[in-house]
Design a protein around this ligand. Structure first.
Ligand SMILES: Nc1nc2c(ncn2[C@@H]2O[C@H](COP(=O)(O)OP(=O)(O)OP(=O)(O)O)[C@@H](O)[C@H]2O)c(=O)[nH]1
Length: 882
């Protein structure tokens, strides 16, 4: 440790106490003299002070900028979370911590808290995985109970940005976790924002304090000790009145005249007023030459501001040296009356240094001892000027005696006596203008001491605050960076899971649409085709007089000629019933097809909907198909309306309609049919639409041939309608012949009888055919052709089978369409949900990514501030002695 006062001037650190920033000088021994040359070689402390001040100002500005950005970041980009660090419960060690956030106190993460080191000045938090933990073995091995390890208890806590979250909403103090859980993330963030705002205000105050060049030196001491003479010696001119008799009764504050626009004046502060240079009402103006008069007449309570020109250049001027504008305050000499006032004055925060002037002849009086004793409690170090040393003959003895007294009164001052205790002759400086070496040493030491004190009073609070706020920033940014990293990872994991699902869904959307349209088409087509086929077959059978559904509807038995009419009705009823049953069967087929279709849609749903999406809750009830809903009148068909209009509803209830069962004569004997038939046979050559009826008529024609009995005349030809006709023509020809006319009448009678017998004999067979044919004819009328079902005609224009096929197909399509719509809707919703999830996670990823980068950058900026300002990053400084 060097013996000089500022051996190597380095920036103050919060860990510094005066012991290690001002090397303890060996108390002066008898005969010891100041080494003036050594003193002159002292580095230029003013310049270093300026450098330090400027670096600190930059650090304060940079920190303000970080905090302002953090506030903005908290507001606009990332809700900054408030971390809590507790000793790790899992693995108690000095470095291990359990990190949780105020908005979510129940969730915690194991982290490692790394304290500032030589190379890295910030404390950092890292997740406590094995790798990182092994990086900090020294800290990690220390027991949690120890506080002298690298990490102290308070390292895990906030200093400036600490939020008091323990106060309940109604002012009731609740337990921390209970209240915290009530606080929203955003409320905590806004509390934090307020705290940052307060810190910014404090930083600007500190900046103003650092930039403040004024420093006040209070000169006090015993009555007549030579205080005024000493102040004059420092000013190199006789400003303060000097008298053999005690005269100074006021606090005379000496300023550079530059502060008063260059005018040398005395401003007497009015009683009860706070001096304001700009406000004339607070003081009275006097020329300097009236000073003696003012001083002798005024009482001690008053304050006097003196503006004087220092004849010296700024480098050597103590009052205004360019860095520190020192105001010297000449206080009244201590006596019983003034002791209290002066002591109070000395305690003022704006007083940086107390210079105590003691007469070498008188040493310390009782008042002086009392003052020093009290003052040393306030300010550990005092600057002591032992004046009138020229009057002392045994200088060594005097020094020893004085130092002994100082040792008792202010031990710290005594320890640093080489720099803080000076034995001088102030009068000679003023009287002769010669500056002794001892006085020069005194001046240098005083300026250094003032600077040192300024360092402590003006710069150190800023350093301490900077270290604390930067340390808080470390904790805040590194904890938030961990939270942001965790969020980022979570978002990335979620995206890695959700994105492929969404992409697969988007890619499969068209396929699903096509597949659903396919199912819709194929199922409705199948139902329609099947119905058409079934109904056409049914009509075919009915046209032949047979039940379309013999397993359900059987044809009635012929009850005898007497009930011919009734029989015809029964036949008609049975045939119509069988058509009804065929329609029902076709509808039943369609239901089964619809069930298959719905199952297919379900399978498509399973294939296209992602896991976790709820499948359709609709339960398909096939029995609900073809049911007329209440309020919809089932359009019952009559034979006539069915033909032209199609029919709707389950079954068509033909047989249930009395009008449809009306029996007409042509249902029994359809003469028109036969005549038409006979008329057409020759011309159509078996190609007419009625050609198929030839089979039906075969037996009738053969019977007719029997009745005629002349069939053989036709000669060996296969019996058929054509042959019969030709036979009849030939028979007709015979009537023209006289020979034949004789037997023509009996032949015609026999023919009529035969025909009658035939019809009677055949009635049980012909009635169903006739009725059936009649029904079929009606139901197939206007049939546009089997290939044109529903495609070109409206149901109203279609005949029975296509109309019902169309209806059944349409009903099936309705079911399919509903099932498909349901699936499409679910699919669309699932896509929308996935898309919005992906978008949400992408946003979280973007925000978290930016937050991680910003927070890490923030940490780097804080580190740079420390490095440039020469801060250590250590916060827990011992309380500094003043
Ligand atoms: N020989 C000698 N005389 C001094 C010295 N300092 C002051 N004096 C004389 O001591 C007397 C008192 O000096 P002042 O400066 O008025 O003392 P003071 O402490 O200001 O007095 P009050 O303010 O009244 O308490 C004057 O006559 C000075 O000339 C010194 O260093 N050597």
């Amino acid at each position: 440790m060097s013996q000089s006062y500022f051996p190597t001037y380095r920036p103050l650190r919060p860990t510094d106490s005066l012991e290690n920033i001002t090397p303890l000088a060996t108390p002066m021994r008898e005969g010891e003299v100041h080494d003036l040359d050594a003193s002159r070689e002292k580095v230029d402390d003013v310049q270093q002070y300026q450098e330090h001040r400027d670096r600190l100002t930059s650090a304060l500005d940079a920190t303000s900028s970080i905090l302002t950005d953090l506030r903005e970041f908290n507001k606009a980009s990332w809700v900054v979370r408030y971390p809590h660090l507790k000793p790790s419960s899992e693995r108690p060690s000095n470095a291990r911590r359990s990190l949780s956030f105020a908005d979510d106190p129940t969730t915690s993460t194991e982290v490692v808290l790394t304290p500032p080191t030589e190379g890295r000045l910030r404390r950092t938090l890292t997740t406590a995985d094995a790798e990182v933990a092994s990086d900090v073995p020294a800290a990690d091995q220390v027991s949690a109970n120890e506080t002298d390890g690298l990490v102290t208890k308070s390292d895990g806590d906030f200093h400036v940005l600490r939020l008091d979250l323990k106060l309940g909403p109604h002012g009731t103090t609740t337990s921390g976790p209970t209240l915290v859980s009530q606080l929203e993330k955003s409320s905590i963030a806004s509390l934090l924002s307020e705290r940052i705002a307060t810190s910014l205000v404090h930083l600007s105050k500190l900046r103003a304090r650092v930039q403040d060049t004024s420093s006040k030196v209070l000169v006090t001491g015993d009555l007549n000790a030579g205080k005024s003479t000493f102040v004059n010696a420092l000013l190199r001119r006789e400003v303060m009145p000097v008298d053999q008799q005690p005269c100074t009764t006021m606090f005379c504050e000496v300023h550079d005249a530059a502060d008063n626009d260059g005018a040398e004046e005395a401003h007497v502060v009015k009683e009860g007023c706070t001096y304001n240079h700009a406000d004339e009402s607070t003081f009275t103006r006097h020329p300097l030459n009236e000073l003696e008069e003012i001083v002798t007449e005024s009482d001690a309570e008053r304050i006097l501001k003196l503006y004087v020109n220092d004849p010296r250049d700024p480098q050597s001027s103590l009052v205004n040296n360019g860095t520190v504008n020192i105001s010297l305050i000449d206080a009244p000499g201590l006596n019983r009356d003034s002791l209290k006032t002066t002591a109070l004055f000395a305690r003022q925060e704006e007083i940086d240094v107390v210079v105590f002037v003691v007469s070498a002849e008188n040493h310390f009086t009782l008042s002086a001892k009392e003052f020093l004793w009290n003052a040393s409690n306030e300010k550990a170090y005092l600057f002591i000027v032992v004046n009138r040393f020229d009057q002392i003959r045994d200088k060594a003895r005097c020094k020893r005696l004085v130092l002994d007294q100082i040792r008792q009164l202010s031990p710290r001052t005594w320890e640093d006596a080489a720099d803080l205790v000076h034995f001088v002759d102030s009068a000679s400086v003023v009287e002769t203008g010669e500056i002794s070496d001892s006085f020069q040493t005194l001046e240098h030491s005083l300026r250094s001491f003032v600077l040192q004190k300024r360092e402590k009073s003006k710069l150190l609070p800023a350093i301490t605050f900077l270290n604390k706020i930067l340390s808080d920033l470390d904790l805040l940014t590194s904890a938030n960076a961990l939270a942001a990293s965790a969020e980022l990872k979570q978002a990335q994991d979620d995206l890695a899971r959700a994105r492929p699902i969404l992409e697969k869904m988007l890619a499969g959307r068209e396929d699903l649409d096509e597949a659903l349209a396919g199912v819709e088409d194929s199922m409705s087509g199948e139902a329609g085709d099947k119905a058409k086929d079934r109904l056409e077959k049914a009509l075919e059978l009915v046209g032949k007089g047979q039940s379309a559904m013999p397993e359900i509807v059987s044809m009635p038995r012929f009850p005898g000629m007497l009930q011919l009419w009734q029989y015809t009705r029964e036949v008609k009823k049975a045939l119509l019933q069988s058509i009804d049953e065929a329609v029902k069967a076709a509808e039943s087929d369609a239901r089964l097809i619809a069930v298959q279709g719905v199952t297919k849609v379900g399978t498509l749903g399973d294939a296209h909907l992602p896991v976790g999406v709820e499948r359709s809750k609709r339960i398909f009830k096939p029995e609900a198909m073809f049911v007329v809903r209440p309020g919809h009148h089932k359009r019952r068909s009559s034979l006539n309306t069915v033909v032209v209009g199609g029919a709707y509803g389950l079954g068509i209830g033909l047989a249930a309609q009395p009008s449809a069962l009306d029996v007409e004569f042509r249902d029994i004997i359809d003469m028109r049919h036969y005549l038409m038939r006979f008329a057409l046979i020759g011309s159509q050559d078996g190609k007419s639409p009625l050609h198929e009826e030839s089979d039906i008529s075969t037996s009738a024609i053969s019977m007719l041939s029997v009745g005629v009995g002349a069939v053989t005349m036709v000669g060996g030809k296969t019996l058929g309608a054509r042959g019969l006709l030709e036979g009849l023509v030939r028979i007709g020809d015979l009537f023209g012949n006289a020979a034949t006319r004789k037997w023509a009448a009996p032949l015609a009678g026999a023919l009529a009888l035969g025909l009658s017998l035939y019809f009677i004999y055949e009635l049980p067979n012909t009635i169903p055919r006739t009725v059936g044919r009649h029904i079929k004819t009606i139901l197939t009328a206007n049939e546009p052709g089997s290939s044109q079902v529903a495609s070109t005609s409206s149901p109203e224009q279609m005949s029975f089978a296509p109309a019902h096929a169309h209806r059944i197909s349409k009903e099936t399509r309705k079911v399919m369409r509903l099932a498909a719509w349901d699936l499409r809707e679910r699919f669309r919703q699932a896509v929308d949900e996935r898309a919005s999830e992906v978008k949400n996670w992408e946003e979280i990823e973007r925000v978290a990514q930016r937050a991680v980068e910003w927070l890490e950058e923030c940490g780097r900026r804080a580190e740079e501030v420390r490095q440039k300002a020469g801060l250590t990053g250590v916060v827990d400084a011992p309380v500094l002695a003043q």
